[in-house]
Design a protein around this ligand. Structure first.
Ligand code: FAD
Length: 331
């Protein structure tokens, strides 16, 4: 079936204006493809606008660049906070003058005769290509446990920073980076019980985002050459950012085995740091699991399952480029 693309609104529509959407826009622009970005936020910055106020990157600015424009340095080569990233993405979007419509909440995507229709509650747009770059932040994952808590439930997705918890007793659940970082900073102002399913896997202290990017790149190259994905091996999971290292060394970050029922938790607050799912609800009609049913639909970012490192600022570049190249070559 040959698509009647002469009559579509654009050659490509990007859903999501975070780093994955912006990096794809950069390469589509370079390839001369006409595109539009639809984003449901009020302002540029993607999910970085919503991260908790004390969050910092796990690498320096020099290892957090989008294609074409460097992230400005921060302090004496320190790890920048989230608002530095928002500022950088805002300038990035302005510099390249990308066509972005916001706020637009894409509700659904359908496909017929080679043309995708992307719909919000108010209107629709058509294109032969759709890039979904909607990230994970809007789909927090909370496991189901029996029992009740007399205190308040939170998720890392709505964690407001430590001030709210000062002087209270807080259960932090999750042995990954967000669990470790939130437990570490709360342990400075509150009594923390840090629940983890497994023994936390600390990374060596000399490893930060820079090494993770190098490793992700090596894994991607290996896969590209037809080799097996060696995974992250014995590297560990928790990046030793200064606050986490301090809390662990001072004995404030001690794991407690996971509970079987919330009834066992004696705390004023419980914060689930149990990760996120990809925000793919708008694609239910055009995906089979996580696989596009038809050509012309691309998923960029999200997590390692779209490519090693693809969910990071620096790491998304090669995947954005490959997607834009494929779209340009399909014309
Ligand atoms: P997002 O930033 O979420 O952008 C997606 C955009 O699409 C958002 O604006 C969203 O609101 C919008 N959207 C979603 N659904 C729709 C819809 N239906 N219609 C329209 N718009 C929609 N990476 C690093 O490189 N360094 C780090 O230090 C680092 N730290 C991290 C710390 C945490 C706690 C987390 C969660 C992630 C971290 N990451 C880090 C990983 C990664 O950089 C972020 O997850 C990043 O936000 C992913 O970018 P994205 O463009 O894929 O998604």
């Amino acid at each position: 079936m040959v698509a009647d693309t002469a009559h579509t609104d654009h050659e490509a529509i990007i859903i999501g204006g975070g780093q994955a959407g912006l990096a794809t826009a950069y390469y589509l622009r370079r390839a001369g493809v006409d595109f539009l970005i639809l984003d449901n936020q009020l302002a540029p910055g993607g999910a970085w606008q919503q991260y908790w106020p004390t969050l910092t990157l796990f690498s320096t600015a020099g290892f957090s660049n989008l294609p074409g424009m460097m992230m400005p340095t921060y302090g004496q080569d320190e790890y920048p906070p989230a608002d530095h990233v928002v500022d950088y993405f805002t300038r990035y979007e302005q510099r390249y003058d990308f066509p972005v419509e916001r706020p637009v909440q894409v509700e659904s995507v359908s496909w017929e005769d080679g043309v995708y229709t992307v719909s919000s509650a108010e209107r629709s747009w058509t294109a032969p290509n759709v890039v979904s770059a909607t990230g994970i932040w809007s789909a927090p994952h909370t496991p189901s446990y029996p029992g009740a808590l007399t205190g308040t439930f939170w998720h890392a997705a709505n964690y407001p920073g430590p001030a709210t918890f000062r002087g209270t007793k807080v259960a932090v659940v999750g042995g990954g980076n967000s669990g470790a970082q939130i437990a570490a900073e709360l342990s400075e102002v509150a009594e923390v019980i840090w629940y983890t399913r497994d023994t936390p896997k600390w990374m060596p202290e000399d490893i930060d985002g820079r090494d993770l990017f190098h490793r992700a790149r090596q894994r991607a190259r290996n896969i590209q050459r037809g080799g097996e994905d060696p995974g992250t091996g014995e590297l560990g999971e928790i990046v030793m950012v200064p606050q986490v290292r301090r809390a662990r060394d001072e004995g404030r970050l001690v794991p407690t085995p996971m509970f079987d029922s919330v009834d066992e938790v004696d705390a004023d607050h419980l914060i689930w740091c149990t990760g996120f799912d990809p925000a793919l609800g708008h694609l239910s009609a055009v995906l089979d699991g996580r696989e596009p049913k038809q050509p012309g639909l691309y998923l960029v970012g999200y997590g390692d399952w779209t490519g090693p490192g693809s969910a990071t600022i620096l790491g998304v570049g090669p995947y954005a480029k490959a997607t834009a190249t494929e779209i340009a070559q399909s014309r």
